[in-house]
Design a protein around this ligand. Structure first.
Ligand code: 5GP
Length: 190
C-alpha cells in the first residue's frame, strides 16, 4: 500500500532497534482518511470470506477495526486488557507477552460477543512476535469460532510473528512489511 509506505517514510520514527513510532497517523493522532483506505484494502484482500465479526485488541486496534467494519458491515469486538467491574464475569481469557512493555498481561472477551460458528477476522496495527494475534486466535478457538484471516497494518518482517502465523495456515495480510531499520531509516519487503 503505497500511501501507507509514504507516511511511514515521512513521519515514522525509529524509537529503538525494534520499535517504530507512527503516532502522527496511527497510534495517537489518527488519520481517518488513511484509515478509510486501510479499511477498503482489508475488505479487498479478504473478499469472498463470509466474515461475521471483526476482533481486535485495545487500544490502537479499535479505530482501525471500526473503520474497516464500515466495509465488512459486521460488529467489532475488542479484547480488553484491564480488569473492570463493568466486564461480564463469563469471559474467554488469554495471555499476551508484550515485548514493547516487557510484561505479560491478560486479555478478555465476554462470551456474549463471540459465538460458536462465528467467522472472525482479526485486525491489529502492528505484528511483531505474534503474541497478540495468537492470543486473539486462542480466544476465537475457545469460542468454537474460526479465524478466517488476520489483517495487519504494519508487519515487522525481522521479528518472528509473520513466520509463526503463516505456519498456522491462516490467511495473513500485512499491508506493509518492514524489512529493517537502517540508520534510523525504514526499508520495506513488499
Ligand atoms: P506482538 O504481539 O506481535 O509481539 O506485538 C504486536 C503488538 O505490540 C501490537 O498490538 C502493537 O500495539 C505493539 N507493537 C509491536 N511492535 C510495535 C512497534 O514497532 N510500534 C508500535 N507502535 N507498536 C508495536
Amino acid at each position: 500500500m503505497e500511501s501507507l509506505k509514504k507516511r511511514i517514510l515521512e513521519e515514522g520514527r525509529v524509537a529503538s532497534e525494534e520499535v517504530l513510532k507512527v503516532d502522527s497517523f496511527l497510534n495517537h493522532q489518527l488519520d481517518i482518511q488513511l484509515f478509510e483506505e486501510i479499511g477498503q484494502e482489508f475488505y479487498k484482500r479478504f473478499e469472498g470470506k463470509r466474515i461475521t465479526r471483526i476482533l481486535t485488541i485495545e487500544a490502537s486496534g479499535i479505530a482501525i477495526a471500526s473503520i474497516a467494519a464500515l466495509y465488512f458491515k459486521v460488529p467489532v469486538v475488542f479484547a480488553k486488557k484491564t480488569e473492570s467491574r463493568n466486564l461480564d464475569v463469563d469471559t474467554y481469557k488469554s495471555q499476551v507477552y508484550s515485548f514493547t512493555k516487557q510484561k505479560t498481561y491478560d486479555i478478555q472477551v465476554s462470551k456474549r460477543y463471540i459465538h460458536e460458528g462465528d467467522r472472525v477476522l482479526i485486525l491489529d496495527d502492528f505484528l511483531a512476535n505474534g503474541k497478540a494475534a495468537l492470543a486473539l486466535t486462542d480466544i476465537v478457538q475457545q469460542a468454537g469460532a474460526t479465524v478466517e484471516g488476520i489483517g495487519i497494518v504494519i508487519e515487522k518482517g525481522f521479528q518472528e510473528g509473520g513466520k509463526l502465523l503463516r505456519e498456522q495456515n491462516v490467511q495473513l495480510e500485512s499491508l506493509v512489511i518492514v524489512d529493517r531499520f537502517k540508520n534510523g531509516q525504514v526499508t520495506f519487503m513488499n
